[in-house]
Design a protein around this ligand. Structure first.
Ligand SMILES: NC(=O)c1ccc[n+]([C@@H]2O[C@H](COP(=O)([O-])OP(=O)(O)OC[C@H]3O[C@@H](n4cnc5c(N)ncnc54)[C@H](OP(=O)(O)O)[C@@H]3O)[C@@H](O)[C@H]2O)c1
Length: 378
């Protein structure tokens, strides 16, 4: 994966030739080029949120002028429309994520863009199409980009902008976790923590569309009732506080729905252990996030007497494993877009922030208890 091949920063006017995104802990085929550069037709510049060293995003990210390479025969010029700030984007900038680009790099892994020009040999895309990245590492916090047509996948351009901008990571993660680990039937139950997160809200809605109950665990807060009502309005069966998981009254809840076959853990630490305690015999817990930055402890009894399966999931790996089977990704996006059009899947609550106000957005994205996704509007 590669950042723009030729980038000129307005402040220093230094010229960089970006190297392929380096994988620090993974060695696979992830060095595929995202930005192609063919012999020059014309140069353009765009604005981009660039970081040249790892650290606190509010300190190291800056808005800069960046040169765009000419549009090659198999490239498209896109105008970014909207791009969220996800925890993984923050972790990449901090230098703590599993994949890290060579620096300097443009931030952002997700977002929706409109095709505004196509190269002479582009077959799959046309002007006006909406596209999202196929893989992580594209650097979406920018106003325009020249991309290979193979690096993006199209979406219908008649779905809400915020749904499109936030579709490629969290709803796909929710969709896969609800599909690939347990054979969930209508009436079954899933339990999850961080239920108000982007992933959590997608889990609630996709599960509800399939007739699957959800027990949604969130941290206590002054506006718990308001948040609980909001999650119930999008299809949550039950919403409970972390503490309630440890109380005997939880047994009452299991009179209204079966014990969960599947637990989804985006937090880690004690919260994950509590999810495990309520799983059905033979059920699975899938860890996809570690917001509490604490390891997952599995009680010996859960393994011996309940034979629980403890698994992990990373949507980036799923996408890379399916690069030669684009149909699988397309089929998932089609199903998700169909849910969006039926009103069964909405974007998480978002705060729209203009690209110029990125400092505010980056700061807000690292704040706890906000229950809102920061989305940069270009
Ligand atoms: N493995 C994958 O493929 C994959 C894909 C997508 C996302 N993820 C991961 O999933 C997690 C959620 O991502 P997102 O975009 O859905 O997040 P998000 O919308 O930004 O929401 C963050 C969530 O984390 C909770 N949280 C923050 N700090 C916490 C703490 N110390 N203890 C417990 N909960 C805490 C927040 O709850 P409060 O409201 O209580 O603060 C909120 O529910 C992240 O770790 C992300 O990297 C993984």
């Amino acid at each position: 994966m590669r950042l723009p091949l030729l980038r000129v920063c307005s402040r220093s006017r230094a010229t960089f030739t970006a190297a392929p995104l380096k994988l620090k802990r993974l060695s696979d085929n992830a060095n595929a080029c995202h930005f192609t550069h063919s012999a020059g037709l014309r140069a353009q510049t765009c604005k981009a949120l660039v970081y040249s060293k790892h650290g606190d995003p509010a300190q190291v990210v800056q808005l800069e002028d960046v040169d765009l390479p000419p549009i090659g025969a198999q490239d498209v010029l896109v105008k970014m429309l909207a791009a969220p700030i996800n925890p993984s984007d923050i972790n990449m900038i901090q230098g703590t994520y599993a994949i890290l680009p060579d620096l300097p790099a443009v931030g952002g892994n997700e977002g929706v863009a409109e095709v505004i020009e196509v190269g002479s040999q582009v077959n799959s895309l046309k002007t006006g199409d909406w596209v999202i990245p196929k893989d992580a590492g594209l650097g979406t916090w920018r106003t325009e980009a020249v991309l290979s047509e193979d690096d993006v996948i199209s979406l219908p351009n008649n779905i809400p902008l915020l749904s499109a901008a936030t579709l490629g990571v969290n709803p796909c993660t929710a969709f896969r976790m609800l599909s690939d680990f347990e054979d969930l039937k209508p009436g079954d139950t899933v339990i999850q923590n961080a239920a108000n997160s982007g992933v959590g809200q997608a889990v609630i809605q996709i599960a509800a569309a399939r007739g699957v109950n959800t027990i949604n665990v969130i941290r206590d807060r002054p506006e718990f009732t308001h948040l609980s009502d909001r999650l119930k309005a999008i299809g949550a069966t039950h919403v409970i506080k972390e503490e309630a998981l440890r109380r005997p009254e939880i047994k009452e809840l299991f009179k209204t729905c079966p014990k969960p076959k599947l637990a989804l853990n985006g937090v880690g630490g004690k919260s994950a252990t509590e999810l495990l305690r309520h799983l059905q015999i033979g059920g699975s817990m899938v860890t996809y996030g570690g917001m509490a930055k604490q390891p997952v402890t599995v009680p010996v009894s859960a393994l011996i007497f309940k034979d629980v399966k403890v698994r992990g999931f990373w949507v980036t790996q799923w996408k890379r494993d399916h690069t030669s089977d684009e149909g699988a990704f397309k089929a998932m996006l089609d199903e998700l877009c169909s849910l969006i059009k039926q009103g069964k899947l909405s974007a998480p609550i978002c705060t729209k922030v203009s690209l110029q106000d990125y400092s505010k957005a980056l700061e807000a994205a690292t704040m706890p208890f906000t229950s809102a996704k920061q989305v940069l509007i270009m």
